[in-house]
Design a protein around this ligand. Sequence first.
Ligand SMILES: *[C@@H]1O[C@H](CO)[C@@H](O)[C@H](O)[C@H]1NC(C)=O
Ligand SMILES: *[C@@H]1O[C@H](CO)[C@@H](O)[C@H](O)[C@H]1NC(C)=O
Length: 176
Amino acid sequence: MLASLLFALLLLTRMEVGAKFKSLHCTALDQDYGDILICKLKAISRLRNSVTVQYKLKQSISKLFVRLEFFKRANGWRPFLYNFTANLCDFLDRKNNVILSIAYAYIRPYLAMDYSCPLKENELLTCDNFELDINDIRHRFPIETGEYALQLTFIVKNKAALTINGSIEYQNYREH
Ligand SMILES: *[C@@H]1O[C@H](CO)[C@@H](O)[C@H](O)[C@H]1NC(C)=O
Ligand SMILES: *[C@@H]1O[C@H](CO)[C@@H](O)[C@H](O)[C@H]1NC(C)=O
């Protein structure tokens, strides 16, 4: 009796499980533009964690592009769904890109402020304790269980200045 109750409780808790971050890598490819001050995953509980990234600019930037590449793991990382590059300065100004708008809406509550170009010298770009809301994401994009990654590449003058990539492990216990 007790065992089955515990088992039921365990299942209930597990049903809450969505996804957590598995890895996070930040690389300042061109340190003329800035330095990574923080790039870390923080455990909130056994099943939840968050991402904090902080980057300090060394010079003002008025033209900035961002590339988003999605991957799914299947014998190594395979391209998945989207791979596109957008003018980030234009987007911050006009919110003129549908996919970026969706991504931005997720991340905005965790940003230190509303950024806009030109980004200033010594400005800190901070994303603090970003947590995944997989149920919301799943609701909009029904995805299969598995491991997914997103790589962001920030591009200045046609050169990658910074990459941030993170992977998540997504398990849906309700299907089993
Ligand atoms: C995404 O597109 C860029 C530019 O076309 C290309 O260099 C890169 O290899 C592509 N990435 C993936 C994962 O296919
Ligand atoms: C993320 O970056 C790390 C370090 O550069 C790299 O080893 C890994 O393959 C990257 N992941 C993806 C999905 O591109």
